[in-house]
Design a protein around this ligand. Structure first.
Ligand SMILES: [Zn+2]
Length: 298
């Protein structure tokens, strides 16, 4: 992915900051794209945004598969069938990168299919804090949630506290990371250290798909700096297409711009209602700061 494209995407994030995901869930099969192989045994599956679906990664281990994320129930049903086309191995783990419904509401379907849902432990407090209110809102809007006939999101069956939590066998190492409060207080990442592939959930998205209501805008750029220090070759975001480290750089710059613009107006004594948020223009030639340099954690 070229940096110029990232600039445009950052602009689009700004323009569509307030855009909401479409929540309608028609009955037909979604138009989610075909799986793309990122590395041997690592696939990226772009979710159909018109259904509100998030993206998915499938990671093949020696004897089993890992899926990132559980997704909405409608997409989980599709994935349970699609993953069988990628590999005959069973799905043993399904990682929820965070508590939002488009990443976790399919949990019970994966459990019923024999997998263990996994997450960073702080996800439980997030779910206890916001559920079942958000589930009920989704149920009112989405047939796939309603059709489950359940009254709450199923909590991940396994959690980890110490980061990294590592799954390793003769073929691959997979590190589950917690880097701090960014998109939500419980954002989990999946890092493949040999292949240098990073799954970010919504801590980094590609395009105008930021949801900020559970975010820590001051801390989020610092968390992304930590993620950039991993020097990923491939970044698989929660929404939008896969790319490289420029997705992390673009996300970080957008958040820094947003924070400093609001902070400057707050400093002038403006109330939120009086603020006019116009971020610094990033034209097609905009390039993130030299990606080959160490990222300073400020
Ligand atoms: Zn989210």
């Amino acid at each position: 992915m070229e940096s110029a494209e990232t600039g445009l995407k950052t602009m689009r994030r700004v323009l569509f900051l307030l855009a909401c995901l479409a929540l309608a869930a028609p009955a037909a099969q979604s138009q989610s794209a075909l799986p793309r192989q990122i590395a041997p045994g690592v696939w990226f599956l772009l979710g159909d945004a018109s259904y509100g679906y998030s993206n998915t990664a499938v990671i093949e281990m020696q004897d089993y598969l890992i899926v990132v994320d559980a997704n909405f129930p409608g997409r989980a049903r599709e994935l349970i069938a699609e993953v069988k086309q990628l590999s005959p191995k069973p799905v043993r783990y399904v990682f929820d990168t965070h508590a939002h419904g488009d990443h976790s509401y399919g949990n019970s379907l994966w459990t019923a299919a024999g997998a263990t849902t996994l997450a960073y432990y702080k996800i439980l407090a997030e779910m206890d804090r916001y559920e079942p209110a958000r589930w009920q809102t989704a149920e009112a809007k989405r047939t796939d949630v309603r059709d489950l006939h359940e009254d709450n999101v199923q909590r991940p069956r396994q959690t980890f506290r110490k980061s990294p939590f590592i799954l390793k066998d003769a073929t691959r190492e997979v590190d589950f990371l917690y880097l701090g409060w960014g998109h939500t207080p419980a954002d989990g990442y999946v890092w493949l250290p040999m292949e240098r592939v990073l799954c970010t959930g919504d801590a980094a998205v590609n395009g105008p798909r930021n949801k900020l209501w559970d975010a820590n805008l001051a801390n989020w750029p610092r968390v992304l700096s930590k993620a950039m220090r991993l020097r990923p070759l491939a970044v698989l975001p929660g929404h939008g297409d896969a790319g490289g480290i420029e997705i992390l750089a673009g996300q970080r710059q957008f958040l820094l711009d947003l924070y400093s613009t609001v902070a400057a107006q707050a400093h002038e004594g403006k109330t939120p209602a009086e603020m006019k948020i116009q971020l610094p223009p990033r034209d097609a030639n905009w390039t993130p700061k030299d990606l080959s340099q160490d990222v300073q954690i400020t």
